[in-house]
Design a binder for this molecule. Structure first.
Ligand code: ACO
Length: 369
């Protein structure tokens, strides 16, 4: 029995491969380094969705199709509950996604892939008593998502940074939320049901909820000069340093490199707070040195959450929305996996090992009790 299903192979996929030993991530047959430099998020969406809709989607026309899908789903913005949005913008986004009719055609796939980018900014704005901004089909997906949040156009560096983030997290093997999507798809339920299940799994702090604590740590460190002392004290207290280490990657997480490059572009364009950047640089440098001494046998590297936190903060997303921005990139992966499972997979139905009591009830014993 494998508790947690560690190392169990439960699906065949053409969508992505995580090689933790070599630190390589392949998405839609390309290494992430190539994707992040040469493709847009929309093109990655086309390549992932081709697993289920090869006849309908290609990398040339996908931008128009996703741009047309944004206004289509925007008609559900009116259903976003302001009270729920004040409680949790991610829950409000999930509730709005539930209005997309549950089917498995290409229109549903596209509507779901674009939905978080439309609903999340609307929920953030509603939670702050601001009116939602409708989508603009003439823009790239990343530029429109940014504009629907802030009401103004991003700089070229901001648009590129958000685009890089979305494609970097678009798929990552059989992680918990993707597995949830595949389990639901294996029952024959529609794509909306799969995405809702995946979103539920993503919300947990062990999966998509980690980048907020990285910013809490940087807030607590306050200045570059404090980094060494603060981090040493945290390790001495037995705490883990947020944004370092990974379950699967034993060398540097390739997603960290892609996001670090996007951050450098933001920095060169002056689109990032210099003081925050200086603290982050000092924390990364000191943490890596301290972790080497702290765990000489366990390679601990900067992980994707460290750079995600810095990038999403620089783009003006509130911490409470970080999981929702993750979903804006990952939903296309969930949809593609759900479709792949429905087309080629089998009902997922593992066994459990019963460890409860086995009582022998004598005839009519219950009557006597
Ligand atoms: N800071 C300090 N020590 C650490 C860290 C860290 N960030 N990460 C691991 N260690 C130590 C552990 O305390 C453990 O020490 P021990 O053997 O004395 O108990 C040893 O290294 C091995 O730890 P494991 O828990 O076996 O490492 P695992 O690979 O299972 O954990 C995890 C990975 C959970 C990500 C861990 O590195 C961690 O908690 N990091 C901080 C939180 C974080 O950044 N999470 C986001 C991860 S990225 C993502 O999920 C997309």
């Amino acid at each position: 029995m494998k508790i947690g299903l560690d190392d169990v192979i439960a699906a065949e996929t053409r969508l992505s491969e995580v090689d933790g030993a070599a630190g390589k991530l392949t998405i839609a047959s390309y290494p992430l380094e190539i994707l992040s430099q040469q493709f847009s998020f929309e093109q990655v969406c086309a390549m992932l969705l081709q697993v289920g809709y090869a006849q309908e989607l290609d990398t040339t026309t996908i931008g128009f199709k996703m741009a047309a899908a944004r206004p289509r789903v925007a008609r559900y913005i009116d259903h976003i509950d302001q009270q729920l949005a004040r409680h949790s913008v991610v829950d409000a986004m999930r509730a709005a996604i539930a209005y997309i009719p549950d089917a498995d055609d290409v229109t549903t796939a596209l509507d779901l892939a674009v939905a978080p980018a439309v609903f999340l900014p609307a929920a953030i704005r509603l939670s702050a008593d601001q009116a939602a901004i409708p989508p603009d089909a003439s823009l790239s997906h990343a530029a429109d998502m940014y504009r629907m949040l802030h009401g103004e156009m991003p700089s070229a560096a901001q648009e590129k940074a958000l685009d890089t983030y979305l494609l970097t997290v678009s798929d990552h093997g059989l992680n918990a939320s993707t597995f949830a999507a595949r389990v639901v798809a294996s029952t024959g339920a529609g794509l909306t049901s799969s995405v809702l299940a995946a979103l539920g799994a993503l919300k947990g702090p062990l999966h998509g909820g980690a980048p907020g604590p990285v910013l809490d740590m940087l807030d607590a460190v306050r200045s570059p000069e404090n980094a060494q002392e603060w981090l040493s004290a945290a390790l001495a207290r037995g705490e883990r340093l947020m944004g370092f280490g990974h379950r699967i990657y034993r060398v540097r997480d390739p997603r960290a490199d892609a996001l670090s490059a996007a951050l450098s572009t933001l920095q060169a364009a002056g689109d990032i707070d210099q003081a925050r950047s200086a603290v982050a640089t000092a924390v990364e440098r000191e943490a890596l040195a301290l972790l080497k001494q702290h765990k000489p046998d366990r390679p601990l590297h900067t992980n994707v959450e460290f750079f995600t936190a810095l990038l999403l903060e620089a783009l003006g997303f509130p911490r409470s929305a970080f999981t929702g921005v993750f979903a804006a990139g990952r939903t296309v992966g969930w949809v593609a996996h759900a479709r792949e499972q429905a087309l080629h997979g089998r009902l997922i139905r593992p066994q459990s090992h019963y460890v409860g009591e086995r009582r022998q009830v004598a005839d009519n014993e219950w009557l006597a009790a």
